[in-house]
Design a protein around this ligand. Structure first.
Ligand SMILES: Cc1ncc(COP(=O)(O)O)c(C=O)c1O
Length: 426
């Protein structure tokens, strides 16, 4: 890719930035909502769509994406029977929640900092079958430590708790939850673990199995920079006791054209060898966008080429820089995102931009702030809303997110613009 290095693995970040179809002059600090597609990903959507547009072939087999799933699964250190290409994290999460074998009175433990896609689906289940839903408010602020989160959740588990559901990284405050420790806690209590991993792929160099969860539903269009309308779903389909010693949960793969039309699938395995391909049941669900799956696979292949370990390091370096600049300009007390505990840090940084603390409750003001950044400076961030312990009203925060196509100068410029705009509005 460069004169010095012919491969992407060794390419300079300034060269890698050129792979992306970024809007000239814009500053994209909103990967927590949507990533920027590489040109190669857009080209794949176009090429594969054109290939199938004539309607000359059997569109069903390629819509199961067996090869793409195998390649993507490998990148996340799992197998094809555990990996599904979905339409987004929301779809994956809904199919997990409605596929669980839950009954009236069973308790789901989660947090108020979950995405709407998680809370609305669990609430639907509460209304439909009478599960009980317990939501805890996570602590916020620079000084939060992993133990506070673990203690909060551990203390809330009861004999009725059946499921522990949480975001790997929360979208509101960018708190990276101690996933492995929470899963181990769940294992000790025999709980099913459901992780909203929307923000994880493309950011972290993940071994999905080693996290220890039963289900991880992810977005393909955020940090992984696949097309909008793509997602990944990991479904634990065999037992690796070192990662999760619990039996596989009963699971009903809703929306399927492959689940048997008569009789039942074989009993779920109790060993490291699958008895059935659960991901196929979920993947085979009528006609699919062949182009979408191919393009997500192209994005993943690009990440493998650049190096997922290298990508994670770079994202975190940029985030550390952004966190330091935000803390410097707005003060540590303005931060909703954790910073002191390295285990909780992520590249999503949420903070209160205004001088008056009560402006944290002013939705119009944070909205106008975010819109001004876009209109006047082509600076793309977002605002988030979330419960804060002890506050009678939700707080509204400004949130920026770093990715490999950003650089240090751009972050400095963005934080300057944010500080100036906030000052004008304070
Ligand atoms: C933590 C989290 N969960 C779920 C979602 C929903 O993702 P998708 O649009 O892929 O359904 C988002 C979107 O921002 C998110 O940040």
């Amino acid at each position: 890719m460069t004169a010095e290095s012919p491969t992407l693995r060794g390419a300079a970040w300034s060269r890698i930035r050129e792979l992306f179809a970024l809007e000239p002059g814009a500053i994209h600090l909103n990967c927590g909502t949507v990533g920027a597609m590489p040109h190669a990903v857009i080209d794949t959507v176009d090429r594969v769509t054109r290939h199938w547009a004539g309607g000359l072939g059997d569109v069903y087999p390629p819509g199961n994406y067996p090869d793409h799933r195998a390649a993507i699964a490998k990148a996340y250190r799992v197998d094809q029977d555990e990996m599904v290409i979905t339409h987004n994290a929301t779809e994956g999460m809904a199919r997990v929640i409605h596929g669980l074998d839950l009954h009236a009175g069973d308790e789901v433990l989660t947090t108020t900092h979950e995405c709407y896609s998680v809370l609305s689906n669990f609430n639907l289940l509460r209304n439909r079958i009478g599960i009980s839903l317990r939501t805890l408010t996570l602590p916020t602020g620079y000084e939060v430590r992993a133990e506070e989160i673990l203690d909060l959740i551990a203390a809330a588990i009861t004999p009725r708790t059946k499921v522990l559901a949480f975001a790997g990284i929360t979208l509101f405050t960018g708190t990276r939850l101690p996933m492995r420790a929470l899963c181990e806690l769940a294992h000790r209590h025999g709980l099913i673990t459901v992780i909203d991993g929307a923000l994880l792929p493309g950011m972290l160099d993940l071994d999905m199995r080693a996290i220890g969860a039963d289900f991880i539903s992810c977005s393909g269009s955020k940090f992984q920079c696949g097309p909008l309308g793509t997602g990944l779903l990991y479904v634990r389909n065999k037992i690796h006791p070192e990662h999760n010693p619990l039996p596989l949960p009963t699971f009903w793969p809703v929306i399927s054209t492959w689940y048997p039309m008569q009789g039942s699938p074989p009993p779920r395995t109790t060993t490291a060898i699958e008895s059935d391909n659960m991901a196929d049941y979920l993947q085979s669900a009528g006609s699919a966008s062949i182009a979408r799956g191919a393009a997500l696979a192209a994005a993943c292949a690009l990440w493998d080429e650049i190096g997922r370990d290298r990508i994670e390091r770079r994202i975190m370096e940029l985030a550390a820089h952004a966190r330091a600049r935000v803390a410097e300009r707005f003060g540590i007390e303005a931060m909703y995102s954790p910073g002191a505990d390295p285990r909780l840090r992520s590249p999503l940084i949420a903070f209160h931009p205004f001088r008056k603390p009560e402006d944290a409750w002013n939705v119009n003001k944070i909205h106008e702030f975010t819109m001004r950044l876009q209109r006047e400076h082509r600076l793309f961030t977002r605002w988030t809303e979330f419960d804060v312990v002890g506050s009678p009203h939700q707080h509204y925060a400004s949130r920026l997110t770093t990715h490999i196509f950003n650089d240090f100068d751009q972050i400095d410029l963005a934080v300057d613009i944010m500080a100036r705009t906030a000052e004008e509005m304070s």
